[in-house]
Design a protein around this ligand. Sequence first.
Ligand SMILES: [Zn+2]
Length: 620
Amino acid sequence: MHSPVNRRTFLKAATATTATAYVARLLPAWAAADRGAVAIQTPLTTFAYSEVELFDSPMKRQFEQNHARFLNIEDDRLLKVFRQVAGLPAPGEDMGGWYDLTGFSLERNDFHGFIAGHSFGQYLSALARAYAVSGSEPTRAKINRLVKGYAETLDPKAKFFVDYRLPAYTYDKLSIGLIDAHEFAHDPLAMDVHEKLTRAITAYLPEKALSRQEQRSRPHKDTSYTWDETYTLPENLFLAYQRSGKTFYRDMAKQYLEDDTYFDPLSRGNNVLPFEHAYSHVNAFSSAMQAYITLGSEKHLRAAKNGFEMLVKTQSFATGGWGPDEAFGEPARGQLGDSLALTHASFETPCGSYGHFKITRYLLRVTKEAQYGDSMERVLYNTILGAWPIQPDGTSFYYSDYATTGKKVWYGQKWPCCSGTFPQLAADYHISAYLRSADGVYVNLFTPSRVQWNDAGGRYGLRQETKYPFDNQVQIQVSGSQPKDYTIYIRIPSWAAPDPVLSVNGKRVSDLVQPGTFAGIRRTWKDGDRVELELPMTTRLEPVDANHPNLVALMHGPLVLFAVADSQPTFDKNALLQAKATNNATGDWVASASDGSRVSMRPFMNIDKESYSTYVLLKS
Ligand SMILES: [Zn+2]
């Protein structure tokens, strides 16, 4: 059934008409009229948020916790700083932490207000995506109130940004909030507000995207913090162009592509990552992808692909996390291994995961390569699913700690950046699990879930049951209002060697199921057909970097198993590889250390307050 020949034949016959009709169908009727042109129809597209349902799982819980958290913060608190600056009545309690206007609080005895209102747009975006998933009427109503409330504070010169420390940073987040409010909640004001804000913000921005080196040479008058992130602006500006059809957005997006110091060298294969700020420069890869999609710029696709490869090969831990102390280091100098002794701020987890999901989803849509799904999955299970939920007062999980012995801790200030990306990402789990092609459906993440879609008057779906990654079995049940010819593509992770088994209705379909690819099964699918996947989960060791071959992470399938101990344990290599599961439901393992003690090994998502070592020492 795995038949590339069939697929090619099918594509030849069907691509031209099917792909066009398919793309047109994705656009809601109310939005189709004013769409800006895109140059590239990506071979894979995301499903609508509403077409994917997550069932009980850590992903589902994170989505629901985040949705509830932001639905339940009073509008007055979210809008307060904008009203204060506009001189309007501003009732409600201060949010606290990063969100307030700058000042010293006697009451709290601390300096607060790092970047006032910075995450308002992200909370709005997250609510809009959550509405797209859930159809929750209170959520839609809240989005409308927040857009209207924000609009009332916005004057034609956007005076909120006078002497504002990071105008691009906060504008970028307001931008996606308003775009999503329009796109998913059909907010009637959002795109007008977006245009008014965008036209005004240009007065506060430099003429082009500035690298940190360039920013150092022209310091802001508040010299304590000069880093703005102008290089992340194009992604959302291109989206605003696509959603509105207004070419000034496209032109402004081009203006802020960081070509000279970032994308040009990356496109030529020069690794210019070292010393850059980690999250925002990964986030900038998504701007390069939008330049490719919107303008057809091959250079920007090359830049994003090369940059992502450099990220994975030279900057990443076994967990998939990257950027200790929020910076990239020089390759081949052992900086990752060294960082374990130097910092507890190993990976900016919600923001980094959000950026990682976005870039891997873009690259997957364009290349159809399973490696991007593998990378997304690694970050999912070993970083973000282990993040503690945001607390009602804004206390948030920020860094994962991979230090020699580490611990999960709360971030010291309330409502940081990571409180903005976490709810956006949790909604995006829905659009990351499955993707769609002209000839079928791609199953990218293994999690209890269902995808359902309409096609030519029929209703079709896949329902996934699995305890993955704590079990290696995945069952998929096909539904369809009538039999239909299409291909189901299933990601076979690269570690799933030597012999993954894929069956349809109990019959093994092919021995050509290759780890590191999507296995395609093309047939006439009927209601009730069953697909079963069994992935051999290898146990293996990954050194932190080539300079520290004896500092290794124990891996099983997609999971890193962290050594739960108060000090870093030492193992004989073979003894570590013979670690055994003690509880399949929780992923608890045990391994015998060199000193004869038995050490618990546990995935990040099942660690709470206990001390752990991400990397253990091999006895040399
Ligand atoms: Zn963050």
